[in-house]
Design a protein around this ligand. Structure first.
Ligand code: AMP
Length: 423
């Protein structure tokens, strides 16, 4: 027996107008990234679980939200919840570290077992980029700058870039301890997740959706208060570079990120667009110092960012920006009988060979029905083939916009339509 099921919770089907905008957005993003010297990488949608489930990674995204499964060879695999770990796995495996700098981008689906809501899905698309090599304040600034270019080139206006630094990973344990000591007396006032985070990852309490407005959380020590001289100098250099590059940003001392591998620069791109809803982070990223080593590579660091495509599309929609053109047909061929249909097929083939976008009635319907379809398909020209046209080899053509009707040979039509010289 066949059971017809609906799509799984948190997923969606993409077709018609929506897929057109989606594809246009992908094309647009690729163009921007090429300009900045990034090349595409496609990694598998599933990886060995150990790529994501590393000892140092205790974020909810990885510990609670991944889709894990065992294949028939008893391998533990995970559907990728984010792009960076897989890209770094590929970077190490393919020895890309032999070059001083590698700049890669990816576009594709990601999977997280989250509670679905507006702007949050279980399968969603991300476009992300990674620059991997030596630590450089210029490179950090460039990634933030490309992110700004993405937003600017799309024409999005009401968007803010929030910037912060977490300090280098080696100084984080000390800061984490300070935070744990600070929050421990408040343990009973924290939400269930943050009670656990006190020891595992106290940084995440700073941006917890439930607790972040509580007075003692607002007053908690922030990473920037504990930076050493080097980290402070690095952060200042990143900010100066951004100013030189004319990238507007807002410092947000309380910004931390969802994954544990970040150190130094972190940033988020937030939409302040009316009607957007609570899931208003369009993209986010940051610097990672240890991930390459953790995945078996040399001592290289990287910086990356990922944008959610669904959220970018929603931002475009709310700001009234359309990337794709309306669908249209160059011509629709209207026919009246069997004999005319043979002639119509000949015209159809000739026009398609000339790269025209043409359609025809497939069901021998009435003139009225054919006309209705032609208009709904946005046909620029109607080509009418009746008895007269059959005998004379002359087509009756009507431009839909002007409603001007003329008689002409097919060659004449091709020339006029191509040169946009109908009237
Ligand atoms: P993250 O890796 O969590 O920083 O995510 C980067 C971006 O991907 C976010 O800013 C969102 O735009 C998007 N994103 C993350 N999770 C989801 C989700 N469950 N559904 C839709 N978009 C998401």
């Amino acid at each position: 027996m066949i059971f017809l099921e609906n799509r799984p919770k948190g997923t969606y089907d993409l077709f018609n107008e929506e897929i057109k905008e989606f594809t246009k957005l992908e094309e647009h993003l690729k163009k921007v990234l090429n300009k900045y010297g990034f090349t595409e990488i496609r990694t598998p949608i599933f990886e060995h679980s150990s790529v994501f489930h590393r000892d140092s990674e205790l974020s909810d995204m990885v510990t609670k939200e991944t889709y894990n499964f065992q294949d028939k060879g008893n391998r533990l695999l995970t559907l990728r919840p984010e792009g960076t770990a897989g890209v770094i796995r590929a970077y190490v495996e393919n020895k890309m570290y032999l070059k001083p700098l590698t700049k890669l981008y990816y576009i594709g689906p990601f999977f997280r077992y989250e509670r679905p809501q507006k702007g949050r899905f279980r399968q969603f698309y991300q476009m992300g980029m990674e620059a991997i090599g030596e630590q450089s304040a210029l490179l950090d600034a460039e990634i933030v700058s490309v992110s700004y270019e993405v937003i600017k080139s799309l024409g999005l206006k009401n968007v803010t870039i929030n910037l912060n630094t977490l300090g280098k990973s080696s100084s984080q344990p000390q800061y984490k301890e300070i935070l744990t000591n600070y929050f421990t007396p408040h343990i009973e006032e924290l939400c269930g997740d943050c009670k656990r985070r006190i020891t595992e990852n106290p940084l995440r309490i700073l941006d917890c959706k439930v607790d972040q407005q509580k007075e003692f959380v607002i007053e908690a020590p922030t990473p920037i208060d504990y930076l050493d001289q080097d980290d402070l100098a690095f952060y200042n250099e990143v900010k100066n570079n951004l100013r030189m590059m004319n990238v507007p940003f807002v410092e947000n001392k309380r910004l931390v990120r969802g994954l544990d591998y970040y150190g130094q620069t972190v940033f988020e791109i937030v939409a302040d667009i009316k009607g957007f809803g609570s899931q208003n982070v369009l993209g986010g990223g940051g610097h990672y110092e240890n991930l390459v080593k953790e995945l078996g590579g040399p001592d290289k660091s990287g910086i990356g960012v990922a944008f959610g495509l669904e959220r970018l599309l929603e931002a475009l929609r709310l700001e009234g920006i359309k990337l794709s053109e309306d669908d249209y047909l160059d011509a629709y061929i209207i026919t009246f009988g069997e004999a005319e249909q043979t002639k119509a097929l000949e015209v159809l083939t000739t026009l398609r060979n000339e790269d025209f976008k043409v359609s025809i009635d497939y069901y021998k319907r009435s003139f009225k029905a054919q006309l209705r379809e032609a208009l709904s398909l946005n046909a620029k020209y109607l080509i009418i083939i009746g008895d007269q046209e059959l005998e004379s080899n002359i087509l009756t053509v009507k431009e839909t916009k002007t409603e001007v009707q003329k008689e002409m040979t097919i060659d004449e039509f091709i020339r006029k339509a191509k040169e946009n010289d109908y009237t």
